[in-house]
Design a protein around this ligand. Sequence first.
Ligand code: ADP
Length: 298
Amino acid sequence: MRILNIGSLNLDYVYSVDHIIKPGETESSDSRNIFLGGKGMNQSCSLAKAGAEVYHAGMIGRDGTAFLDACREFGVRSEFIRVVDVPTGHTVIQVDKNAQNSILLFGGANQALTETFVEEVLSYFGPEDILLLQNEINLLPCIVDRAYARGMRIALNPSPFNSRLEEVDLRKISVFLLNEVEGSQITGEKEERNILVGLKEKFPEASFLLTLGVKGAIYADRDQEIFQPAFPVKAVDTTAAGDTFTGYFLAGVSEGVPVKEILRRCAMASAITVSRKGAVPSIPYREEVLSRLERELH
Ligand code: ADP
């Protein structure tokens, strides 16, 4: 089973700060690192590192060709990444001393997708494949409608959650991958139990993967609900924790691994990610995740 991820490619400028800057405040940072990121790229890399056959589709400017090298390095298929005449999207990320982050996003080429491009990419995929989407690119409603019409199973990480998602026909989504904040925004509920009830009421046919930060994650569908605690680690940078979880989850689904085992892999993979700085480079490879899980059992 192949996974097509039509998603963002961002250059991430990560600054270490004492605390997240307040309105009107100026604070200096003594460390800046540049990483290749974007929820789309992070999730494609997580999928590839987890061992899935993943095709990334999206757009970059001429300043973003490092993404093509990275795709080669991590094993992400990149034939559907187009270089266009728009600057590559980028983020400015602050990480404070408690590993909390704040993210400013410039869309750039991620907002330049065209219907012709989408149609062409989708023409290579069908009912046997999974489409993964996040909310950092344009044309989401069109992509969902066309992929659904082709019989694809659609997984959505509704992040960042904003009013643009209201234009998407969410009944066409098979799997929602979301954190507590997004779950709360979709349902209007605060408490995790009520979020799950609200999600199931709204989308009775879908399955859900609700991540709860350091508390862990819950998988739910019509027939079952499984709680997976987080593995205790010293958190250094929580960037890409959810993206790691998403990638490992769909990689497990595409391999036919039982959900309970998939969740253990996801939790271990994202625990490793939060214990390291940065996004893509901090996501562990499958071998590391499996050997750490093996050690947990002994
Ligand atoms: P997002 O990055 O989308 O906000 P979460 O914060 O819910 O996602 O984190 C996703 C997953 O990463 C959690 O379900 C958990 O397994 C793992 N995780 C997050 N923070 C920690 C932490 N401090 N220690 C261990 N695991 C963590």
